[in-house]
Design a protein around this ligand. Structure first.
Ligand code: SF4
Ligand code: SF4
Length: 323
């Protein structure tokens, strides 16, 4: 069970991207990472993407100890935003395409964002010299979508509770609990709320829930893990430390800027998470393999990709072991 993995601190979560609607990529990612030993998979809250992840698990051929989670967002959550290019302002300089870490910008007669691939990281916005890019939130109707997702047989639902609107947070949290009785995860970082408000929000959300039926995804800087440095992962460790010190009855999962240094740095700081979640960095290190047409049938290339993913997982889990 997922709970057993968390208790044993043997849980590694691959974040395929809450906004990643590219079914082919998700299937390939899940295949590679499941073969490499990853046991927890976080995908976009769309039934067809859950199906893609399930195909990935079937491809890998390992049925035991593999768990699926979907991430649902709220207004204000960057993970569910999509970039849009204002053609009136665009001067076709190509800078956005160069910086996009997810190859979501294509150049035809004009620059366009492929919505299914946009993960809302915001890098293109920061680098556009003409301010020609804006974002749109992709909000979903919880009561309509959650039953369809739950029917797929999920192991966890992750709620991105990044919003100033406490009323909206509470309402959506209630809706999630009405539709799903299993393990829930709350994803939050320190940037918007500050430590005090963050802890009191989580404390309030835990009311009425069984102890250790909830994971806190202690986020550092969301979607920032494009390199493998200690500095990138620092905030994730600090957020995890905050929750560890709070002694709230939660499983702690570090995320947001995580990489091969995350659990090592956590250990040095006396932080002992139950799970490590890696997104941007995990996707980046196998990026070349994800675009190979024959990756699912090419045993040599698949073995190479699996070996790369396995190094990340093994280093991470080794540092999570209790002394
Ligand atoms: S960076 Fe801005 S101006 Fe340049 S191609 Fe992209 S949208 Fe157009
Ligand atoms: S840079 Fe980020 S926000 Fe912009 S198109 Fe690419 S994935 Fe989307």
């Amino acid at each position: 069970m997922l709970k057993d993995l968390l208790d044993a601190k043997k849980c590694f979560k691959l974040v395929c991207g809450a906004g990643n609607e590219d079914a082919m990529e998700v299937e390939r990612l899940v295949t590679i990472y499941s073969k490499a030993g990853c046991n927890f998979f976080d995908v976009c809250a769309k039934p067809e993407i859950v199906d893609a992840a399930k195909r990935g698990l079937a491809n890998a051929g390992i049925a035991e100890d593999r768990y699926l989670c979907v991430s649902v967002g709220i207004d204000g959550d960057p993970h569910i935003t999509k970039a849009v290019i204002d053609q009136e302002k665009c001067v076709k300089c190509g800078k956005c395409k160069l910086v996009c870490p997810h190859d979501a910008i294509i150049e035809l007669d004009k620059y366009k964002v492929k919505k299914a691939r946009c993960i809302g990281c915001g890098l293109c916005l920061k680098n556009c010299p003409k301010g020609a890019i804006y974002t749109e939130s992709q909000l979903m109707d919880y009561d309509q979508m959650l039953p369809k997702l739950v029917d797929k047989g999920l192991d966890c639902i992750e709620f991105h509770a990044i919003s100033d609107d406490e009323f909206d947070v509470d309402k959506k949290w209630e809706q999630i609990q009405e539709h799903f009785g299993g393990m829930l995860c709350i994803s939050l970082d320190r940037s918007g709320l500050g430590d005090k408000k963050l802890l009191s929000r989580v404390e309030r959300m835990l009311k009425g829930r069984e102890p250790y039926s909830t994971i806190i995804q202690a986020d550092g800087v969301a979607m920032s893990g494009n390199n493998d440095e200690y500095g990138t992962t620092l905030q994730a460790v600090a957020t995890a430390q905050l929750f560890q010190n709070s002694k709230l009855p939660l499983y702690i999962m570090m995320s947001g800027g995580t990489n091969t240094k995350s659990t090592e740095l956590a250990k040095l700081c006396g932080v002992r998470p139950h799970c490590l979640a890696v997104g941007s960095y995990a996707r980046k290190i196998v990026k070349d393999y994800l675009i190979m047409d024959d990756i699912l049938t090419n045993e040599v290339k698949m073995a190479e990709a699996v070996a790369i993913a396995k190094t990340l997982i093994d280093i991470s889990l080794e540092n999570m072991k209790d002394d």
